[in-house]
Design a protein around this ligand. Structure first.
Ligand code: S3P
Length: 174
């Protein structure tokens, strides 16, 4: 069985496949998989959409950073996926690095749109023109994602198995 020295942190836009790729990696490496959104939902006892509605986006962002600080301070190996907006806060970038090897799953706006057009769980995409919102958010976040990453993988034409294999191959080289 394959072994890695550092945890893997998956970053990328909503719908880039962080959750499914995280599960694949977890299975291949026999490591636990964690997801910051799910941890926040569990801790708060409500959904991310409800947190946005009740407390606003900024409150959610603070919870994300708090959680990341805790994870960065603990040492066990894991696969961690973070919310699509996590790398945007500058303060989060060194914390993600502290957590492990940062892998950016890069995706085209059209792919995100196709994957998420029936999904109502992403508050930021509940708007008149989700494709336009995806394009503008991706453009705004590009620099944050790319500068945070140790590894960048273009995932539009890959399935989760291929993504996981390529991540492992690249992670071995660094
Ligand atoms: C967000 C992405 C979501 C979640 C929240 C905000 C974003 O996570 O954290 O809805 O700002 O891109 P996923 O990327 O796991 O969907």
């Amino acid at each position: 069985m394959e072994k890695i020295k550092k945890s893997i942190v998956l970053i990328g836009f909503m719908g880039s496949g962080k959750t499914t790729v995280g599960l694949k990696l977890s299975w291949k490496l026999r490591l636990p998989v964690e997801d910051t959104d799910k941890l926040i939902e569990k801790r708060e006892g409500c959904t991310i959409s409800q947190i946005f509605e009740r407390e606003g986006e900024e409150a959610f962002r603070k919870k994300e950073t708090e959680l990341l600080k805790q994870i960065a301070g603990s040492r066990y190996l894991r696969i961690l996926s973070v919310g699509g907006g996590t790398p945007v806060r500058e303060e989060n970038r060194p914390l993600m690095r502290q957590c492990g090897t940062v892998v950016y799953l890069r995706v085209r706006p059209e792919t995100v749109y196709e994957r998420l057009k029936e999904d109502s769980s992403r508050p930021l995409l509940q708007c008149e023109d989700p494709l336009e919102r995806i394009q503008s958010l991706l453009a705004d976040r590009r620099e944050a994602y790319e500068s945070s990453a140790d590894i960048i993988l273009d995932v539009d034409d890959l399935d989760s198995e291929e993504c996981a294999e390529m991540i492992l191959r690249r992670a071995r080289q660094i």
